[in-house]
Design a binder for this molecule. Structure first.
Ligand code: B12
Length: 565
């Protein structure tokens, strides 16, 4: 019997039965609108506990529900056995699904304990304790060691009064808050051997289907390497900013993994996957020296996988050249949010229009395989007009670089939520935000809105919720036409995208009408198949993001890695 089962819920339970028009909320990530990807921390928890001698199983319920329409969640949970079930509420948009799954776990396993963790759990720990099916919340961005202590306490039937970071209910149902003092300054004891230990766990429970991080992972096995917890920047919309970490996760400075550990991960991944590897976070955060060490290590490792690197601020040509020398055909991720220097500044991002243009030009010149630029709708000072100017800027870039196919431009709304803990969420007026929801339950209910407009937990002084919806469709449609015009995407892909966006826009308007009329239940049920079809349309942006190349999984190697142990 596993000592702990980690469950990942879909954003909304049961999305297969509810009628919800999602909008372009997950177009730029590998997940679908069910947000089936579990936190990378699942791998580090499996690794840490396995090394400590415990058995941990992962069950990605969201991915199972997506991949099999007959997958029976209740029957599956009923068959599980463990004294402790952990559910992630890392991203707030899992708040509906996560709590419904907790209810199902308690229904079938009233004597097992239910544990929540992740950034949103840490933020909303008091709210979570009011749900009777939740026994524990582990706070913080680094829960491996507290979790080890909790698993031991549960196994031994002891009260967890000494487990750091834990909020729990004692025998009388009183909520107890243990000291929140497990906040490691360096990440030297985590992610030691996590690929091997994940493979070990998959084999032990003979259940690869429940470990898949997202629906299409088998055909596009992108993997991520964590470099740090925390952040040096304080972007207004980010719940993972330095101020959010300081105020809510008790972290005053980011903790980094040693460069050697980052290289070791990349080498481990190379042994079982030919897919792209996303090195998370700007490597210059701890200093240029850190970045240099990683690049030297990568060069020596001779890894063939395509490497994806992030930049939080403009980079010198010298640095970009170094990236090209060490990771041929590398892919660059840049999120300036807007083309307009004033707006970029108001959102706290570290670019200017000139700096952005220079970095793009230099990256293309040194041979970067692809430059991904992400713009966002719903940031301070941004008007309808300004969003349209961002699209004009995109055309300017395509022209300037002669329709270079390596230039990948994307725009999406900040949705559904302005992150809790972000400067914008905490001081809405100061940054021109109006916040509609505050509590966990309000956010949970918002996720059930048939029209994504009402899931948005904010609007701005410059854009109402309706305008955010309208301008999002308009901007993405225009960008799509530009991509067609400059030959960036095929006419077929452009046509599919066009159809998806136009039918979604039409449906959003119809839903708005319907909901203002009231009494819409029957009509919503009638619309479900149509809305499901719109939600399931292929997303051109996601297809465009998938890096071409040899991306197969080296299963035999993965198994070999297991047998060698
Ligand atoms: C890397 C990253 C991603 C990666 C995800 C990689 C992955 N699988 O984890 C990608 C790019 C795919 C991504 C996507 C999204 N992200 Co993101 N992401 C980040 C980022 C930059 C770093 C996260 C991080 O440091 N993790 C490390 C630590 C904190 O977490 P961890 O190791 O996974 O888990 C540890 C703890 O959190 C905790 N824990 C987590 N789960 C559980 C469960 C249990 C039971 C327990 C006990 C403990 C526990 O213990 C773990 C081990 O110590 C942060 C910003 C930041 N600087 O923090 C945003 C951030 C987390 N993302 C955010 C958002 C909003 C999203 C999206 C919803 C955006 C969107 N609309 O598409 C999607 C959701 C993806 C999905 N689930 O399908 C917000 C979350 C705000 C909130 N509170 O809801 C953040 C804070 C900032 C931001 N706006 O980007 N993201």
């Amino acid at each position: 019997m596993p000592d702990l089962i980690l469950l990942h819920a879909p954003s909304v339970y049961d999305f297969r039965k509810k009628t919800i028009l999602y909008g372009p909320v997950s177009d730029l990530i590998p997940s679908t609108t069910a947000f089936e990807m579990y936190p990378i921390g699942f791998a580090s928890m499996v690794d840490y506990l396995t090394r400590a001698g415990y058995n941990v199983r992962i069950l990605n319920l969201a991915v199972r529900m997506l991949n099999n329409k007959n997958f029976d969640v209740e029957a599956t949970i009923n068959k599980l056995e463990s004294p402790l079930f952990g559910i992630d509420l890392h991203w707030l948009l899992h708040s509906h699904g996560a709590i419904e799954i907790a209810r199902i776990v308690k229904k079938y396993h009233p004597h097992s304990k239910v544990l929540f963790g992740g950034l949103s759990s840490s933020y909303f720990f008091k709210d979570l304790m009011t749900y009777e099916e939740i026994d524990y919340v582990l706070r913080g961005d680094s829960t491996e060691e507290p979790l080890r202590q909790l698993v031991a306490a549960v196994k031994e039937g002891k009260e967890p009064e000494n487990v750091p970071n834990l909020v729990w209910k004692d025998e009388k149902g009183q909520v107890r808050e243990n000291p929140f003092n497990n906040v490691p300054e360096a990440l030297t004891t985590v992610f030691k051997d996590y690929y091997a230990n994940m493979v070990r766990s998959v084999i032990k429970y003979r259940d690869l289907a429940s470990y898949l991080p997202f629906k299409n992972w088998r055909t596009y096995p992108i993997t991520a390497v964590l470099t740090c917890r925390g952040c040096t920047k304080s972007c207004v919309i980010c719940g993972g900013s330095s101020s959010a970490f300081r105020n809510f996760y008790n972290r005053s400075a980011p903790a980094y993994r040693p460069p050697e550990a980052v290289i070791a991960d990349v080498k481990q991944i190379d042994r079982f996957s030919g897919g792209p590897i996303f090195i998370l976070g700007d490597l210059r955060q701890p200093g240029e020296d850190y970045a240099d060490k990683v690049f030297t290590g990568l060069k020596n490792a001779g890894v063939k996988n395509q490497i994806i690197l992030e930049l939080f601020t403009p980079a010198s040509k010298e640095l970009l050249q170094k990236m090209a020398d060490t990771c041929p055909n590398f892919c660059l991720e840049i999120s300036p949010e807007s083309h307009d220097t004033d707006i970029i500044k108001a959102s706290g991002r570290g670019y200017t229009r000139e700096g952005l243009e220079q970095t793009i030009a230099d990256a293309l010149a040194v041979g970067c395989g692809r430059v991904d630029i992400y713009f966002m709708i719903g940031i301070p000072k941004q008007t309808y007009q300004s969003v349209m100017e961002t699209i004009e800027f995109c055309e300017y870039l395509y022209k300037k670089h002669n329709g270079d196919k390596r230039l990948a431009l994307f725009i999406a709304p900040l949705s559904p939520f302005l992150d809790p803990g972000s400067l914008g969420f905490e001081n809405p007026e100061k940054f021109g935000y109006k916040r509609f929801y505050s509590t966990l339950e309000e956010h949970r209910q918002a996720l059930l809105s048939p029209n994504w407009k009402y899931a948005l937990n904010y609007e701005t002084e410059w854009l109402t919720r309706q305008q955010i919806v309208d301008v999002s469709y308009e901007a993405i449609l225009r960008l799509n036409s530009l991509k067609l015009k400059y030959g960036i995407i095929s006419p077929e892909m452009a046509a599919v995208s066009d159809e998806r966006l136009k039918s979604a826009r039409e449906m959003a308007h119809y839903l708005e009408e319907l909901m203002t009329r009231g009494n819409s239940e029957m009509e919503l049920a009638r619309l479900k198949p149509q809305i499901d079809t719109i939600n399931a349309f292929p997303v051109a942006e996601r297809i465009q993001q998938e890096l071409p190349g040899k991306v197969g999984l080296k299963w035999f190697k993965a198994l070999g890695m297991w047998f060698k142990r």
